[in-house]
Design a protein around this ligand. Structure first.
Ligand code: SF4
Length: 398
């Protein structure tokens, strides 16, 4: 497990951000906020896809007026109001029962107006995210660091932090976003040395699905790998559901959270003699369905390999593995060969073994001391113990 930076904790509805809370996934509605029906539909779709905190833009007075209806219809989904210039919209969001405000106080010149929002947020126990973007820096900080954009980002955020702290407010989340991955990394790393407020990570304006997936995986992923970050938003020009899926993949890849069974699949090459792409897709879908009724399937790693060159080795690191070739497939359990099946039966056989493994684990939990109970004492083998060497010897190649 990656050791995480020690941060304060804030509460966003029923969700916690920071401290030892799991790193949460956020996204943002892309509907016109005044269209309550469309906005609520998207909030629900995001929540169903696994989005844990949903942000809604509040650019106009009409949007602010829609917030009470959105709050009521969106039920218990933690909601964030995204405000840029108008403190009265932040007050309206707090009044409507929103759970957090995303705000750039640097955009509001009058400290008294900031204080009104801060006091109301404090009364209601609502955190404020100071969301600094390269596009909305504090003008003084920008002028002071003309050749050092990262420092200008960090100082802009710190100026807002001091303003809020001056009013006795500490339920703060920080974000320091740039569309430039290296700037984003540098800004968060620098700020991590200066405070213990939780961080909302993201690479802003990261582009269409493919570009954003790459930039976000590098930007957000690198920081998470260093233990920096408490909640994440992948910014995609496109369907917000994709933002949630990519965020889940980033967290899963770093073993920070698991949303699906970990499926390792080889890229296939000239040695491949089975439809590894089709089989991997089927395996992924079947495991997704299985994990809904048997959540412990999420803990497993399953390998789908096109041939036996890397199949046995990769299977040693996986719980269940498949190595194909010549229209046949070898199934491994913890690197030990347990079955040989025709290609048409590969997926069913692999899923059978996954189910057997889960059943054996359940049995072991019930009978921990005895070690009895069928194959729980050791994996079943159809080929007399089936070591890695046996598998290699059992060549499927002509
Ligand atoms: Fe090629 Fe086999 Fe490696 Fe897959 S496992 S990429 S088929 S060598």
């Amino acid at each position: 497990m990656i050791p995480r930076r020690t941060t304060r904790q804030v509460k966003v509805g029923a969700r916690l951000i920071g401290g030892d809370a799991p790193i949460s996934i956020q996204s943002m509605t892309k509907t016109d906020t005044t269209d309550v029906e469309a906005t609520v539909r998207q909030i629900r779709a995001l929540a169903t896809a696994g989005c844990e905190i949903v942000r809604v833009a509040v650019p106009t007075i009409e949007a602010a007026k829609a917030l009470p209806d959105i709050r009521r219809e969106a039920n218990k989904v933690p909601l964030v109001a995204d405000i840029h210039f108008h403190p009265q919209f932040a007050l309206a969001a707090i009044e409507a029962g929103f759970d957090k405000i995303r705000w750039n106080p640097g955009n509001i010149r009058n400290p008294q107006r900031v204080r009104e929002v801060v006091d109301r947020a404090k009364e209601r126990g609502i955190p404020i995210r100071i969301g600094v973007n390269v596009g909305s820096l504090d003008p003084e900080c920008e002028a002071r660091y003309p050749d050092h954009l990262v420092e200008a980002i960090v100082q802009s955020a710190l100026k807002s932090v001091r303003l809020l702290e001056g009013f006795g407010f500490y339920d703060i989340v920080l974000s320091l976003k740039s569309s430039d991955v290296l700037q984003t990394l540098a800004a968060y790393r620098r700020m991590a040395q200066l405070c213990d407020y939780p961080f909302h990570l993201g690479v802003t304006e990261a582009g269409l699905l493919e570009a954003s997936t790459v930039k976000s995986s590098i930007g957000i992923g690198a920081l998470l790998a260093e233990g920096i970050g408490d909640t994440i938003r992948v910014s995609i020009t496109g369907d917000p559901i994709d933002e949630v899926r990519v965020a889940q993949q980033i967290l899963s890849s770093l073993e920070l959270r698991r949303f699906t069974t970990n499926v390792i699949a080889c890229p296939s090459c000239g040695r491949c003699q089975i439809d590894v792409v089709g089989i991997a897709k089927q395996v992924e879908q079947r495991l997704q369905a299985l994990s809904k009724r048997e959540p412990r399937a999420l803990e497993l790693t399953v390998a789908v390999m096109g041939c036996i060159v890397n199949g046995p080795g990769e299977s040693e690191h996986a719980d269940i593995g498949l190595a194909g070739g010549g229209g046949m497939g070898l199934i491994y359990r913890k690197g030990v060969q347990v079955r040989r099946v025709a290609e048409a039966q590969m997926v069913d056989a692999l899923l059978d073994e996954v189910e057997h493994l889960l059943q054996d684990r359940s049995r072991l939990e019930v009978e921990p001391a005895t070690g009895l109970g069928g194959s729980a004492a050791g994996p079943p083998t159809l080929f007399g113990g089936g070591s890695r060497e046996d598998a290699a010897a059992y060549s499927l190649e002509p």
